[in-house]
Design a protein around this ligand. Structure first.
Ligand SMILES: Cc1cc2nc3c(=O)[nH]c(=O)nc-3n(C[C@H](O)[C@H](O)[C@H](O)COP(=O)(O)OP(=O)(O)OC[C@H]3O[C@@H](n4cnc5c(N)ncnc54)[C@H](O)[C@@H]3O)c2cc1C
Length: 601
């Protein structure tokens, strides 16, 4: 057996029921030399070509976006995820995340154009295309000779993506489909050469995917550019198809497989979207730190005020945590792909299954990172005071650009419900054993708690125990809810949303602690002082959120003794023996940022 096969890695969702040793998580500090070089060259490009034109990107300069995309193509950045045989760079999943992360930080317009082209505009062909389709289209997309767009959404079909009315009718000679319908909110529509279009054949239950070349002579027309809150230079238009003739050989995968393609493309899109929020957060945090050091009020730089330190510390912490969780999941996906390939799967099959395995984590990350960049840029505005509200400073556009990430690639409500729904399904299929641990928690609730004084002398001993207890909170609430409602659980959306928040906080907090623990082991505790503080601060906040959400859930479906017992359990599972001094933690983190005058973690 190959070493890849021997390697034991967690299955998607298993983080909840298995303890992960810190050595098993990949962290940004584990980047290879090649990955670091890639990161530096992307950063250098963004700092030279995109960041200085930030103001221009607010002026709806769609041509500028197209020009930058062309340059990205020439430099090979559009083909990082594309196998070499189709003129891409064939890089591993972590490297593709890294490129997406650092390309996306300066403006949401490029983040969106890049994401729509390389992700949902190209991936459906690399993952589901026939050899002929791949040979014909992928090299053009990988090099930026052509640009791609993804046409799923319609006026009447947004979150309910499989309900689209666009039709595909087979011609009498059976050589073509005629596609007719209206697609809405299509990113890159203004300069795309190729569309991935989803349409329904006859009265099929599920939609079908097609590759459609842009040709104005072939019944394709466009709406005006949408007037949007943010991402001002990202082209977003309606696309109309009027009996657009598409050769039968341009069907993607099989008839009726479109919904599956659409959803799987979105799994990749979601984790990449999480990555796309990270460098924006680094830049916003850094901008806030620099401003706080420069701006003087009451004869002192505002950075000296506790109120500002609070914000800087929280901004940096959520950035650090987002990085920790995103790269942890990315490496799990990369390893799972390698295992599948070692098992004889083709690259496409391995990638599809590898990402699908971690669809829960992809949804968790999409929600967490999109909300973190929103909060971070909001606080960034606050640090800038009145100047933050001005379009002359970068905070205002960062805040507007961040807003879309909570809406596209599946809204955050849909992703929250998906995360819990998929976990429950995995449990039903026996892929993740939730039932056993949930029953153990139920037994623990009726048992007598231990009054032994635990030994917390080792770093993170209490925090790791807290994570284990928070997992019990999820198992207690979700386990009882599944028992009570069975398949009807999906009708209890507010309960699902609360459970999702518990799940998200656990994954994010655990990822940060494991990253820091791993780095303490190799660099020493004194070199990780602020990282330790950030991990502890995040966990403290997570415990608070989890306590509140769990209470909400428990009150919604229990009463009497059952409710009392669960509330007692919740108290026990969210109790610190030694409460952290979060004010001191925040000061420690902020002081380091202020001293370094940048995001330095
Ligand atoms: C700038 C921009 C770019 C985009 N780019 C693309 C693109 O390139 N290609 C593409 O195909 N699409 C694209 N979209 C569309 C995007 O994916 C959809 O807007 C999104 O999926 C939500 O659909 P909707 O707008 O119809 O909202 P709706 O589905 O109408 O949702 C409205 C609200 O109801 C909630 N909701 C909906 N259903 C449920 C439910 N079952 N339970 C609970 N709450 C629910 C939602 O969470 C949301 O809060 C883009 C959108 C924008 C704004």
């Amino acid at each position: 057996m190959s070493t890849e096969k021997n390697k034991e890695i967690l299955r998607g969702g298993q983080f909840l029921v298995k303890e992960t040793p810190c050595e098993a998580v990949f962290t940004p500090e584990d980047f290879t030399e090649e990955q670091k070089m890639m990161r530096d060259s992307v950063k250098e490009f963004v700092d030279r070509e995109i960041w200085p034109k930030k103001e221009e990107f607010e002026k709806k300069n769609y041509q500028l976006t197209e020009d930058i995309m062309k340059k990205l193509g020439e430099l090979g950045f559009l083909g990082v995820a594309v196998p070499e045989e189709y003129d891409g760079l064939g890089m591993g999943f972590v490297s593709t995340m890294l490129v997406c992360d650092y390309i996306s930080g300066a403006t949401g317009s490029i983040a969106t154009a890049f994401g729509a082209h390389t992700g949902i505009g190209t991936m459906p062909i690399t993952l589901y295309g026939t050899e002929e389709q791949k040979k014909k289209y992928v090299p053009k997309l990988a090099t930026g000779e052509w640009f791609g767009a993804y046409c799923l959404t319609e006026p009447g079909a947004g979150s309910d993506a499989n309900s689209g009315k666009t039709k595909a009718v087979l011609t009498e000679d059976e050589k073509h489909y005629l596609i007719s319908g209206q697609k809405m909110w299509i990113s890159n529509a203004g300069f795309a050469n190729l569309f991935i279009v989803f349409a329904r054949i006859e009265d099929d239950k599920n939609i079908t995917g097609f590759i459609v070349e842009n040709d104005p002579e072939n019944g394709i027309s466009f709406g005006e550019e949408e007037k949007k809150l943010g991402i001002h230079s990202s082209s977003t238009r309606q696309v109309f198809f009027n009996e657009t003739k598409v050769p039968v050989e341009n069907m993607l995968s099989e008839r009726g497989n479109g919904f599956k393609i659409a959803m799987n493309a979105l799994n990749v899109g979601r984790i990449k979207l999480a990555a796309a929020c990270l460098d924006a957060q680094r830049r916003v945090t850094e901008g806030a730190v620099k401003y706080a050091n420069e701006r003087v009020q009451f004869d002192t730089p505002i950075a000296n005020f506790g109120a500002i330190k609070y914000k800087l510390a929280e901004m940096a912490t959520s950035t650090y945590v987002g990085e920790s969780a995103s790269y942890r999941a990315a490496k799990n996906i990369e390893d799972r792909i390698a295992i599948r390939q070692a098992d004889g799967n083709s690259h496409a099959e391995a990638e599809l299954k590898g990402v699908e395995e971690y669809a829960i984590e992809c949804s968790i990350l999409k929600v967490a990172c999109s909300e973190d960049i929103q909060n971070c840029s909001d606080e960034g505005i606050q640090v800038f005071g009145g100047m933050g509200f001005s379009a002359d400073t970068p905070m205002e556009s960062a805040w507007r650009d961040a807003r879309i990430s909570r809406i596209y690639e599946g809204t955050n409500e849909i992703n929250r419900m998906l995360a819990v729904g998929m976990l429950v399904k995995k449990a039903m299929k026996g892929h993740v054993d939730l039932l056993g641990p949930a029953m153990a928690v139920a037994d623990e609730l009726t048992g007598i708690p231990s009054f032994d004084k635990p030994d917390y002398s080792e770093l993170f001993a209490e925090e790791k125990e807290m994570i284990a207890k928070l997992k019990k909170v999820f198992l207690m609430v979700a386990g009882s809810a599944v028992q009570k409602f069975g398949p009807q659980l999906e009708e209890h959306q507010q309960l699902l949303l609360a459970a999702a928040d518990i799940l998200i906080e656990i994954y994010m907090a655990e990822s940060a602690i494991l990253r820091t623990e791993k780095n303490v082991k190799r660099y020493g505790e004194e070199k990780q002082t602020e990282q330790i503080a950030m991990s502890k601060l995040y966990l403290y906040n997570a415990v608070d959120i989890i306590g509140q959400k769990a209470k909400e859930g428990i009150f919604s479906f229990t009463e009497g003794d059952e409710q009392r017992m669960m509330l007692m359990g919740l108290k026990r599972f969210t109790k610190y023996q030694n409460m952290p001094n979060v004010v001191a933690l925040r000061n420690e983190i902020a002081d380091k940022l202020i001293e370094e005058n940048k995001y330095c973690f």
